[in-house]
Design a protein around this ligand. Structure first.
Ligand code: AMP
Ligand code: MG
Length: 491
């Protein structure tokens, strides 16, 4: 049997941090896909796992001897409302593996059955959301965004009841950890300062070891998480990625994108874009993401107050200053991302205003986010390619104004056009998992048990910066009749 040399640093925290619970076996596990490269990175025997043995393990039917399965307790603000107890209602952590680079990574089965945190849920996952998470998290990884990863997807051979009966599946998620802002809130809400302290110490040791020697390690921890989240959200903004449910229980303190539910990439640029069917107020709209990240970080700060300073007033002052610092840190990360996308090698005073104007032109003309930057990359080396940029804008004047402003800015720099083109192509993808493609893949799998479209789309979006001319159809935005305007949570 394949060996999983699990460690259990989280399992060594006090009992109230989790519940010991085993996956509930399923009727007929069948491997849909094993991520062989990731399995190898984790030091696992990929070939041995890519079949019935792996299906049994990743369905939760066969528990590796070194696993110590637990469901983690957490709380969270959901759309602004505090829920004191959420927790892993359908996810079970088998343990941690140390990967080839020496990083500790959680191996978690999502959809593995009921836990003490399930509330009224069935503990299961439907095939559609499992495929969506697989595709989008692997695309994000290939795009260079910190994210949880997909190790495996298996069919359970059982049906799950949603609005209709759907094929059930289990998703194996790999994460730096599954510790969320909401995990801190779980203890803070109970007045359990020692719980918050034990969790903070664990997070420092695990994710931010350099902070252990700081004079005020808990304030340093807050600042480190603020920096990681600011950088993460800046990367989302650079790709037109909309998470969709930035609740505090869906925000990792390790700075990874986590909990892919109704997430999607926007096509025509519109800063107010919302996909999630339950996000009526646009709380988690594209443009609101930095603000919501800061709001979540303020909730984290509140939990750390008793640790930051014995004087509550002083602690509050320090925490407030850290949270206020998010703006500048985000702005800096955002400008770094955007300068690269537009091909600016230097920093100019007017960049922030210029970038804003360029986006305003894109918004007025509904220019496709991804195609615009890819076309711009080509135009950097060949002005004749500007025509391709122009075609993406509904309004010719907008397109000309956009291109003129961009050219003028480029003229302020010495750079070889070919060098600029290459630098831009390395950050501006040709391929993203477009929503209508993701939906089509899910339909083929759910309705026809056909996984070939999933495999094809996965191959395309995990090589996003290559031209792949034979796959050009995947570059195209949805035709009006194909457009997907709403996405749904994974539950
Ligand atoms: P999510 O919307 O996936 O972030 O989940 C929010 C909360 O609902 C978490 O505590 C989940 O564990 C829980 N949950 C979601 N779906 C289910 C389900 N099918 N069964 C039990 N709990 C669930
Ligand atoms: Mg969640």
């Amino acid at each position: 049997m394949t060996r999983f040399p699990f460690e259990h640093s989280y399992g060594q925290l006090p009992d109230r941090f989790f519940a010991k619970v085993s996956p509930t076996p399923v009727a007929a596990p069948r491997m849909i896909r094993l991520n062989r490269a990731l399995a190898a990175d984790l030091g696992l025997d990929a070939a041995a796992l890519d079949g019935p043995e792996g299906a049994a393990i990743f369905a939760g039917n066969q528990i590796p001897p070194e696993a110590e399965p637990i469901a983690i307790a957490y709380a969270g603000h959901q759309f602004g409302q505090f829920v004191p107890q959420l927790g892993d209602g359908r996810a079970i952590l088998l343990g941690e593996l140390i990967d080839r680079e020496g990083h500790r990574r959680d191996i978690q089965l999502k959809g593995a059955g009921r836990t003490p945190f399930s509330r009224r849920g069935d503990g299961r996952a439907a095939l559609g959301p499992v495929l969506r998470e697989y595709l989008i998290s692997e695309a994000m990884a290939a795009l260079g965004v910190p994210t949880t990863r997909a190790l495996a997807a298996v069919l359970t051979g059982e049906q799950v009841a949603r609005e209709t009966f759907l094929p059930g599946a289990v998703f194996t998620r790999v994460a730096a950890s599954h510790i969320r802002v909401g995990t801190f809130q779980f203890f803070a809400a109970r007045g359990d300062v020692e719980g918050v302290r034990a969790l903070a110490d664990h997070v420092i040791t695990r994710h931010y070891p350099a902070l252990a020697g700081e004079a005020n390690p808990y304030l340093a921890l807050l600042n480190a998480v603020i920096g990681a989240v600011a950088a993460l959200v800046a990367q989302w903004m650079g790709l037109g990625f909309i998470h969709g449910v930035m609740n505090t229980d869906n925000m990792s303190v390790a700075g990874e994108t986590i909990d892919y539910g109704p997430c999607a990439f926007m096509e025509a640029y519109d800063p107010e874009t919302v996909f999630s069917s339950i996000d009526h107020g646009g709380r988690y709209a594209y443009n609101n993401q930095p603000l919501m990240a800061q709001w979540n970080l303020a909730r984290l700060a509140e939990t750390l107050i008793p640790l930051i300073d014995p004087d509550p007033q002083q602690a509050l002052t320090l925490a407030r200053a850290a949270i206020a610092g998010f703006d500048a840190r985000f702005q800096e990360a955002y400008l770094t991302v955007m300068r690269k996308k537009f091909g600016f090698f230097t920093q100019q005073e007017e960049d922030a205003a210029l970038i804003k104007n360029l986006f305003a032109a894109m918004a007025r003309s509904g220019a496709d986010f991804t195609l615009t930057f890819r076309a711009l990359s080509e135009a950097a080396a060949d002005p004749e390619q500007e025509e391709a940029v122009r075609r993406l804008f509904a309004n010719a004047e907008d397109a000309s104004a956009f291109l003129d402003a961009w050219r003028k800015r480029l003229e302020r720099e010495e750079a070889e056009p070919g060098t600029r083109r290459e630098a831009m192509r390395a950050v501006n993808p040709a391929y993203i998992p477009r929503n209508h493609r993701v939906e089509a893949v899910i339909t083929a799998a759910v309705e026809r048990d056909d996984f070939a479209p999933f495999e094809e789309l996965l191959a395309v979006v995990t090589n996003p910066y290559a031209d792949q001319p034979e796959m050009a159809k995947y570059r195209e935005p949805a035709a009006p009749h194909e457009r997907v305007t709403q996405t749904f949570c994974g539950t």
